[in-house]
Design a protein around this ligand. Structure first.
Ligand code: 5GP
Length: 195
């Protein structure tokens, strides 16, 4: 998605630890008009599937998923991160190791909002090692819902997540795939740019 790649080049900041900071437009301050274009692009790419629910993970996926959901005309459910397992009510649970914080936490979704008969699209801002998507996919599987695929805004193609998710047979659409980024020069190379 050209518009997105241009924005990443213009406003993205390359940090230590292979972290790309895009918090001026994606996950702190949020450019909702860009989100609308992202929503339309996911809708176009998943035009052949009848999605009835979007599932994301708190916190930074929520804003994007809400706008994307408007393109699909379906509700959004977000998995909550929790330290207390025994929360009241019936929930699906899974474990996720956080890329940016480096710790493992439980994620939960109420059984009320996910189940058999649902066709779910996962949406998140970044794909790095694939832990967040794996955790979300596990929740979908536990619930008996069908997984339609995953829509990622920025995939870091030099990390293992993309291959991991694709090798599991999950349909993955990433709008910008970063092949390499150089902290010193600020250079970002996207997949498809190399030729
Ligand atoms: P994964 O679970 O695939 O290893 O990492 C994905 C999650 O970590 C995303 O939900 C995202 O919030 C966070 N993340 C991973 N890499 C980056 C990055 O380079 N920049 C930012 N801002 N978040 C990242």
């Amino acid at each position: 998605m050209q518009l997105l790649k241009e924005r990443i080049r213009k406003d993205g900041k390359i940090m230590a630890g292979n972290v790309l900071k895009v918090d001026s437009f994606l996950n702190h301050q949020m450019d909702t008009e860009l989100f609308q274009e992202i929503g339309k692009e996911f809708r176009r790419r998943f035009a052949d599937v009848q999605v009835n629910k979007i599932l994301t993970i708190e916190a930074s996926g929520i804003g994007i998923a809400c706008v994307v959901a408007q393109s699909f005309h379906v509700p959004v459910v977000f998995a909550k991160k929790t330290k207390t397992k025994n929360i009241a009510g019936d929930v699906y649970t899974s474990k996720v190791e956080s890329y940016t914080h480096g710790r493992v936490y439980d994620i939960i979704v109420s059984k009320e909002f996910l189940g058999k008969g649902d066709k779910v699209l996962l949406v998140d801002d970044f794909l790095a090692n694939g832990k967040a998507l794996e955790g979300l996919a596990a929740l979908v599987e536990e619930s008996g819902a069908e997984l339609a695929g995953a829509g990622i805004v920025i995939e870091k193609g030099f990390q293992v997540g993309g291959n991991l998710i694709r090798s599991r047979g999950i349909r993955l659409e990433s709008l910008a795939i970063v092949e390499s980024m150089d902290e010193k020069t600020g250079t970002i190379v996207f997949r498809g740019d190399e030729a």
